[in-house]
Design a protein around this ligand. Structure first.
Ligand code: NAD
Ligand code: DAU
Length: 358
């Protein structure tokens, strides 16, 4: 039995689907269903007897204590977070509340539950913190990729809040002996991602005939990881990761944002050509940069590759094609998540960025 927080978000829902498809055992999923959480993403397993969904906040200690006592999980996979960098710049409060205070309360509940477990179960328990490469800050063009030994240098309220939660997880292991694991992962993409992040936003805007917003010069670099590869990595770490350790997970696919967007346009041009015969590339629009925009992320995954024999299976090109096709085939899912709150966020984020068509 696993307790999965943030199970209705992008990576959490992919993880639940992956875990159940692989016969991994029962799950109780906890999610507050913020704007980023969508039960529709779990529709294929919502009636599965191996899956129980609970709507609630990770910071609700009474609820989490009850869930732990009732379901007796052998591990907690902690995905729940506020996760969008631009939102953290507009309003950091929710990021502090969920990512720091929420993780602290979850750790306290986990510690109370774990310390009361009988001897054989206590050392087998795991608390897995799903974190990000953004805690390491920004790389120069020739810097080596982020290894687990790299010092934390978070630059946005989002990454600072994730860094704070990682430090709490570390302290709970060091001080109380809670058997923790931490993973720091690069940019995920794939099915079921909310269209506020670059790849699904560009697919969505392209099909809607809207501008494809490129922040700054479009030359910032991210290391892209197909979400299923991330889910396999989390499963490996849960199963065989060394307690107290951190594992960096990346896709070995560094790409400049502009190249990513060009590639999406090329796939769409082939799969769903525009009625006027022009390329979707003509919709690319350079807009004002993100304040404090990290220039480059890259991950050194040698530790997880060597210790746990994990490696990404999906190339960026095949993963992106699969992703674009998924969005083309699931327009109803997209419609369901892009109503009300989505529209007001898009107005807030892009209205102030005057755009010049590329
Ligand atoms: P997401 O924003 O798509 O989903 C977050 C989920 O958490 C949502 O379902 C939301 O409803 C839920 N949630 C938010 N606050 C909550 C609260 N207080 N209590 C309970 N549930 C709450 O995020 P994601 O992209 O799936 O990211 C999942 C985790 O992975 C996050 O911790 C994020 O920091 C980390 N991460 C993401 C990426 C990425 O590229 N998306 C990369 C590295 C690490
Ligand atoms: O690196 C891991 C992180 O990746 C995760 O921890 C975060 O949760 C996740 O949101 C993601 O952060 P980024 O800021 O890198 O992702 P985003 O998709 O928002 O942006 C990717 C790049 O594209 C970044 O350089 C900013 C740029 N961008 C983004 C948007 C939304 C644009 O140029 N235009 C846009 O409209």
């Amino acid at each position: 039995m696993l307790l999965v927080t943030g199970c209705a978000g992008f990576i959490g829902s992919n993880f639940v689907l992956h875990w159940l498809a692989e016969g991994g055992g029962t799950i109780v999923g906890l999610d507050a269903l913020t704007y980023a959480g969508n039960l529709a993403s779990l529709s294929s397993v919502i009636d599965d007897p191996r899956f129980t969904f609970v709507r609630g906040d990770i910071g609700d200690s009474t609820l989490v204590d009850e869930l732990l006592a009732r379901y007796k999980p052998s591990a907690i996979a902690h995905f729940a977070a506020e996760s969008q960098v631009d939102r953290s710049i507009h309003g950091p409060q929710d990021f502090i509340q969920t990512n720091i205070v929420g993780t602290f309360r979850l750790l306290e509940a986990a510690r109370g539950y774990w310390s009361g477990l009988p001897t054989p179960e206590q050392p087998a328990f795991r608390f897995l913190q799903v974190s990000t490469d953004e805690v390491y800050g920004s790389l120069g063009p020739d810097d080596p990729p982020f290894a687990e030994t790299r010092a934390y240098e978070p630059n946005s309220p989002y990454s600072a809040s994730k860094a704070a939660s990682d430090h709490l997880v570390r302290a709970y292991h060091h001080t109380y002996g809670l058997p923790t694991l931490t993973t720091n992962c690069s940019n995920n993409y794939g099915p079921l991602q909310f269209p506020e992040k670059l790849i699904p936003l560009v697919i969505h805007n392209a099909l809607a005939g809207k501008p494809l917003p490129m922040y700054g010069d479009g030359l910032n670099v991210r290391d892209w990881l197909f979400v299923n590869d991330h889910c396999r990595a989390i499963a490996c770490v849960l199963e065989a990761g060394r307690v107290g350790e951190t594992y960096n997970i990346g896709g070995s696919a560094e790409r400049r944002n502009l190249d990513v967007v060009h590639r999406i346009c090329d796939v769409l041009d082939a799969e769903r050509p525009r009625s006027d015969g022009k390329s979707y590339r003509t919709q690319i629009t350079f807009v004002a940069d993100r304040p404090g925009h990290d220039r480059r992320y890259a991950i050194d995954s040698r530790k997880i590759q060597g210790e746990l024999s994990w490696a990404p299976r999906e190339s960026f090109e095949s993963g992106l094609r699969t992703t674009v096709r998924w969005y083309l085939a699931n327009e109803e899912w997209v419609r369901g998540v892009t109503s009300g709150e989505y529209r007001s966020w898009i107005d807030t984020n892009y209205a102030r960025r005057s755009g010049v068509p590329a």
